[in-house]
Design a protein around this ligand. Structure first.
Ligand SMILES: Cc1cc2nc3c(=O)[nH]c(=O)nc-3n(C[C@H](O)[C@H](O)[C@H](O)COP(=O)(O)OP(=O)(O)OC[C@H]3O[C@@H](n4cnc5c(N)ncnc54)[C@H](O)[C@@H]3O)c2cc1C
Length: 419
C-alpha cells in the first residue's frame, strides 16, 4: 500500500471510454494517473453510439453532459417494427424531464474527443502508441511492459483496454472473450436520405426472421442518421477477412438480407459511404474483477452485446465508482478494489443478461412469428420499465450509494484465496 504522504500512481491501460474517465475521477480523488493507449493517436472514425441517462449522469460529473448533449440527438422513444413497417410496439425511452439526463445518439468519435480534451485540460499524461504486452506484479507495485520495449512502474494498474484486454489475460490467462456468432455492420448517412420527424426522436428497431435493423438520428442538428444491422455469422471472421470484403459486396449482401424491408432501410444501406463491420464478443463472468494490484473496468471486465445500449454507460459508471472507492478508502487499493467489485457486479451482470436476451430476438421464421406476437403484448406493458431500472442509477461522489470500504471484506477474502 502506498504511504499516506507519497501520492499513489495509477497506470491506466486504454484510452477508450473507461480509461480517460477513470483518470479524471482519480485526479479528483487526489490520485495521479497516467494513461497508455495502443492506438497511434485519437480515434477519429468509428460508428455511432447511444449514451443512456445513467452514462450522461457520470458525464455530468465531468462537466461533459452539456457539450455532448448539444451534439447528440435525444432518443425519447423506442419503436419496434416488423419488416413490413408495421409497429409491433412503441414506448417511452427517456422523454424530456423523465430523467435528469436524456438518452442521446451521436458519433463515437465525438465522445472520445470530449473525454480526451478534458484529460488534456486536466494535464493527465496520455501516451499513444503504447501497446501493453505484460504486467509484472511486485510486492511494492506493478510494472507495465509495452511492445516498444519500455516499462513503467506504478502502485496499481487499471485495465481499461476493452473486450480483448491484455490486462485481463495477465490475471486470468485461461479466459478469452466469447464470439457471440453475430456481426454488426453500420454507418452514417446524410439528411436527404433520412427517415421521418418522428423517427428522428426515437430508436427505431426493425425485427425480421433473419436479422434486425436499427436506425436513429445521429446528431442534434438532424444532419445525419446512423444505422446498424446485426445478423448471425456463425464462422468467426478474422480482422483481415473483414478488411478484405469490398464495400460493394457488403452493400449487395445487406440489400439481399433486408430485401423488401420497409423504407428507409434500403436507402440507408446504399447511401452510406463507408460501412463499418464489427464482430460481437462478450466476456464471460469472471471469477473476480481484480487481483492484488490489478483491477478491470469497462469492457475488459464485462463486455456485453450492444443491444442494451449500455456498454459505454456502465464503463463510465465503473470509472467513477472505482475512483470513489479509492477516495473513500484513502488509497488502500485492496479495500477499494473489493468494494468496487462488490458494489458494481450485481448491477452490471443484470444489465449484461438483459443485453444477451435482447440480442437473442433474432430467430428462425416460425419462432420469429411467435416472438412478434409475444412482443406486441409484452413490450407496451414492460418496455419503459425494462429501461428505467438501468437509467435510474446514481453514484454520489462524496458519499457513494452503497459500500463503505469495510463491506468489501468478503470479496477480499474470496480474491485473496483465488489469487
Ligand atoms: C457494434 C457495437 C456497437 C455498440 N454500440 C454501443 C452503444 O450504442 N452504446 C453503448 O453504450 N455501448 C455500445 N457498445 C459497447 C461500447 O462500445 C463499449 O462497451 C465501450 O466502448 C467500452 O468502453 P471501454 O473503455 O471499456 O473499452 P474501449 O472503448 O474498447 O476502449 C479500450 C481501449 O483500450 C485500447 N487497448 C486495447 N488493448 C490495448 C493494449 N494492449 N495496450 C494499450 N491499449 C490497449 C484500445 O485501443 C481502446 O482505445 C457497442 C459495441 C459494439 C461492438
Amino acid at each position: 500500500m502506498p504511504s499516506q504522504h507519497a501520492p499513489a500512481k495509477a497506470l491506466i491501460i486504454g484510452a477508450g471510454i473507461a480509461g480517460p474517465a477513470a483518470a479524471l475521477f482519480l485526479k479528483r480523488a487526489g490520485i495521479c494517473a497516467e494513461i497508455f493507449e495502443s492506438r497511434p493517436g485519437p480515434e477519429t472514425i468509428g460508428g455511432g453510439m447511444t449514451i443512456a441517462p445513467n452514462g450522461m449522469r457520470v458525464l455530468e460529473h465531468l462537466e461533459l453532459d452539456r457539450r455532448l448533449g448539444a451534439l447528440g440527438a435525444s432518443m425519447e422513444n423506442i419503436c419496434f417494427r416488423d419488416q413490413d413497417g408495421h409497429i409491433i410496439a412503441h414506448y417511452e425511452n427517456a422523454r424530456p424531464g423523465q430523467f435528469d439526463q436524456p438518452a442521446i445518439a451521436l458519433p463515437r468519435a465525438a465522445v472520445h474527443q470530449a473525454l480526451l480534451e478534458r484529460t488534456a485540460q486536466a494535464e493527465i499524461p496520455l501516451h499513444f502508441g503504447k501497446r501493453l504486452i505484460d504486467v509484472v506484479r511486485q510486492s511494492n507495485g506493478v510494472i507495465a511492459v509495452f511492445d516498444d520495449g519500455t516499462e513503467v512502474h506504478g502502485d496499481y494498474l487499471i485495465g481499461a483496454d476493452g473486450v480483448h484486454s491484455r490486462v485481463r489475460r495477465a490475471i486470468f490467462p485461461d479466459i478469452d472473450p466469447i464470439y457471440t456468432g453475430r456481426l454488426a455492420v453500420g454507418g452514417f448517412v446524410e439528411e436527404a436520405t433520412g427517415g421521418s420527424n418522428d423517427d428522428a426522436r426515437q430508436i427505431n428497431l426493425t425485427l425480421g426472421a433473419n436479422g434486425s435493423f436499427g436506425y436513429c438520428s445521429g446528431d442534434a442538428g438532424g444532419r445525419r442518421w446512423m444505422w446498424w444491422s446485426t445478423a448471425r455469422q456463425v464462422q468467426e471472421p478474422s480482422r483481415s477477412d473483414l478488411a478484405a470484403i469490398p464495400q460493394t459486396d457488403l452493400v449487395a449482401a445487406l440489400c439481399k438480407r433486408h430485401a423488401g424491408w420497409h423504407p428507409p432501410i434500403a436507402r440507408f444501406i446504399t447511401a452510406t459511404p463507408e460501412i463499418t463491420k464489427v464482430p460481437i464478443y462478450a466476456v464471460p463472468k469472471l471469477p473476480g474483477w481484480w487481483r492484488d494490484r490489478i483491477v478491470l473496468i469497462g469492457d475488459s471486465a464485462h463486455a456485453m452485446p450492444p443491444q442494451a445500449g449500455q456498454g459505454a454507460s456502465v464503463a463510465l459508471e465503473d470509472a467513477m465508482y472505482l475512483a470513489a472507492m479509492l477516495q473513500r478508502c484513502r488509497g488502500d487499493h485492496i479495500q477499494a478494489f473489493a468494494a468496487y467489485e462488490q458494489g458494481r457486479r450485481e448491477r452490471v451482470e443484470k444489465i449484461a443478461e438483459h443485453a444477451r436476451k435482447s440480442a437473442e430476438r433474432q430467430t428462425g421464421r416460425i419462432a420469429f412469428w411467435f416472438m412478434k406476437q409475444l412482443l406486441k403484448i409484452i413490450l407496451p406493458i414492460v418496455g419503459s420499465r425494462s429501461q428505467q431500472w438501468m437509467y435510474d442509477y446514481r453514484i454520489e461522489w462524496s458519499t457513494p450509494d452503497r459500500p463503505e470500504c469495510t463491506t468489501g471484506r468478503q470479496a477480499i477474502d474470496r480474491a485473496t484465496h483465488q489469487a
